[in-house]
Design a protein around this ligand. Structure first.
Ligand code: HGY
Ligand code: MN
Ligand code: MN
Length: 416
């Protein structure tokens, strides 16, 4: 059988169409926070494409959507070979983060189907709820529940940054499905994703064979001071939550630089109360995102941040409390699958390198239950979580063809 290749125009057409849902004016990006109306509209569009391909659709209790395709010679009792990612985005989202992995999965199915071929194993394509974690923490929420890492009931009660609850929002957008959580264990899980970093572009390499994901630590820190008059209150009498928030924010940067190596850290969200020009802030709520490939160093970073907050609390006489929003240890993917990504990249004459992922992904949850690996394609200027996120058509085609070859091998292809 001659080598199959995806139809890049068809795939880019779907990427364009999905990017119009929640489009950010004047950019290529889109904003579809988890379980918002925009997310729901995107979900319905992808489900339409799944139905057009003759896929069986399963929607589970946390709103994960899994389309499964059976060819004429498929043994439906076999575990499916699954691919997929997410279609929710951050508020300043690009069109490729997550969306590429889902739509490339549909393209794999369509490429096989239109040639009248049939996989021995069912092929599933999934999109998982709330991968970004920006509205409802932790990130990778849907895939975490799918693999049994978090109970469904606990997940449904998670409160978002806007005070809404996961379960209620799922009902509001009519995506609280009946399929069971945890979901069926696949034979293997593959995820195609943009790198979202500068490595592949800098080294002029086409494919990343992702062998691991770094550890992630998200903490919400609440600082309670005392509101007071910005003009009349002597400096030594202030209990300024806004100032403390600033100190913590700069400490996170210093901490990452002092620990060095792969340590990264940022404070991405700060909310002040009452957030007025002439009032010393009574309360500040901020989030610290710390990551490292080495879990011991990550723990060191978490401890140093906690100690810094204890000292500040004393010094400024404010109350500081913290809550863990997400904590995932570094994850290793399946060595033999990673080797297959390298093998197929080379057979397609593509440059390839093994690498770790700086971002979290649904694949890291599937690594808990089945052989799993990821395929990266380059990000222009290493940019992501930014409407200017960009990956060229050629690079999308490269990564999708590696995914196609992997899926064919794993699913076993027969003439229909
Ligand atoms: O935060 C992350 O790593 C991913 O974008 N959810
Ligand atoms: Mn992503
Ligand atoms: Mn993302």
């Amino acid at each position: 059988m001659d080598t199959l290749y995806i139809n890049i125009e068809r795939l880019c057409g779907r990427l364009d169409e999905l990017a119009q849902v929640g489009a950010i004016d004047g950019t290529m990006g889109c904003s579809r926070l988890a379980l918002t109306d925009e997310d729901a509209e995107g979900r319905r569009l992808v489900i339409t494409w799944m139905r057009d391909l003759g896929m069986d659709i399963a929607i589970d209790g946390i709103g994960n959507v899994i389309g499964t395709w059976y060819g004429s010679k498929t043994d439906q009792t076999l575990p499916s070979v699954m691919t997929g990612s997410h279609i929710d985005t951050v508020r300043t989202g690009g069109r490729f983060d997550g969306n590429l992995g889902v739509l490339a999965g549909l393209e794999v199915v369509e490429t096989i189907a239109e040639r009248g071929l049939s996989p021995a194993h069912p092929i599933s394509v999934g999109f998982f709820t709330g991968e970004e974690g920006s509205r409802y923490a932790p990130d990778m929420l849907g895939s975490l529940v799918y693999v049994g890492g978090l109970g469904l009931e606990s997940a449904l009660h998670i409160e978002g940054i806007d005070g809404t609850k996961v379960g209620k929002e799922l009902e509001r957008i009519d995506f609280r499905g009946q399929a069971p959580c945890p979901g069926p264990v696949p034979k293997a899980f593959l995820e195609l994703h943009i790198e979202q970093g500068p490595v592949l572009e800098a080294e002029n390499i086409s494919i990343g064979a992702v062998d691991s994901v770094q550890g992630i630590s998200w903490t919400q820190i609440t600082i309670e001071g005392q509101s007071n008059h910005a003009g009349t209150t002597p400096m030594q009498m202030r209990h300024d939550a806004g100032w403390v928030a600033g100190e913590v924010t700069s400490f996170v940067r210093r901490l990452a630089n002092e620990i060095g190596g792969n340590q990264v850290g940022t404070v991405g969200k700060i909310d002040l109360v009452p957030n007025l020009v002439n009032v010393v802030a009574s309360r500040a709520t901020l989030t610290a995102d710390l990551r490292n490939t080495d879990d011991e160093r990550l723990k060191e970073a978490e401890l140093r941040l906690a100690n810094f907050c204890d000292d500040l609390s004393e010094q400024e006489d404010v109350r500081i409390t913290s809550e863990i929003l997400a904590r995932f240890e570094p994850v290793k993917f399946d060595d033999s699958l990673v080797r297959e990504v390298i093998k197929f990249s080379k057979s397609l004459k593509l440059s390839v390198k093994s690498m770790t992922s700086g971002a979290g992904h649904d694949a890291q949850m599937f690594a808990r239950i089945c052989p799993t690996a990821m395929i990266f394609v380059p990000s222009k200027n290493g940019l992501s979580h930014n409407p200017d996120e960009f990956t060229s058509q050629e690079e999308i085609e490269n990564g999708s063809n590696v995914l196609l070859q992997m899926m064919i091998q794993l699913a076993g292809l027969n003439h229909g």
